[in-house]
Design a protein around this ligand. Sequence first.
Ligand code: HEC
Ligand code: HEC
Ligand code: HEC
Length: 123
Amino acid sequence: MYDSGKIIPGLIVFVLFITIPIWYNRGSAGAPPKIELPKDAKTCVLPAAEIRAKHMQLLNVWRDEVLRDGQRANIEIEGKQYPKSLMLTCMKCHTSKKQFCDPCHTYAAVKPYCWECHLAPVE
Ligand code: HEC
Ligand code: HEC
Ligand code: HEC
């Protein structure tokens, strides 16, 4: 009555089919994101580990200083002056939002709303 020669391969195909999302996500969500680092600068506004962990807070501090207290005083990196600005500072070195900010944020599943108002660099 039962044709195990057909049922077993059928079951294997079925199990593989319903677990496709698991196999698929291993590849896309598991791999750490590739980001493009600036080529003509060696240092960020903070050491790498710190900026990685704290850039959200730093941006908020800058925004508050500029907007509430009117402090635009420049910061100096490698002898160059930069204002406290998302567009004029961060994005001057990190010229590609798509190759730098986005891959990491997609990976971390965060979606900063900043770009609703601030312009991303033209690519
Ligand atoms: C003068 C150029 C310059 C400016 C301005 C700058 N960065 Fe960077 N940033 C770099 C460089 C170079 C690195 C890589 C540093 C390293 O690997 O030691 C980096 C690293 C980073 C990293 C860590 C990336 C990683 O490897 O995980 C983040 C996040 C980051 N920057 C965000 C920002 C933000 C946000 C701003 C603005 C507040 C900013 N950067 C301003 C040059 C800059
Ligand atoms: C090395 C990975 C990495 C890179 C590169 C990176 N970010 Fe982030 N960013 C994160 C992570 C992770 C979070 C979420 C942190 C948390 O929730 O504590 C975050 C959160 C933020 C937030 C706060 C968003 C929120 O909704 O809380 C802002 C703003 C932000 N990033 C701006 C930037 C900008 C601008 C760049 C590009 C210049 C950038 N980030 C590049 C990893 C990165
Ligand atoms: C509703 C619109 C809006 C949104 C959303 C917004 N901003 Fe702003 N932001 C502004 C305006 C307007 C200014 C004032 C520009 C100026 O005076 O230079 C400003 C100024 C700033 C400044 C200081 C000046 C400069 O040129 O960068 C920083 C830093 C900043 N915002 C960061 C952020 C970050 C980070 C986010 C996302 C977490 C964000 N903003 C989301 C409207 C917005």
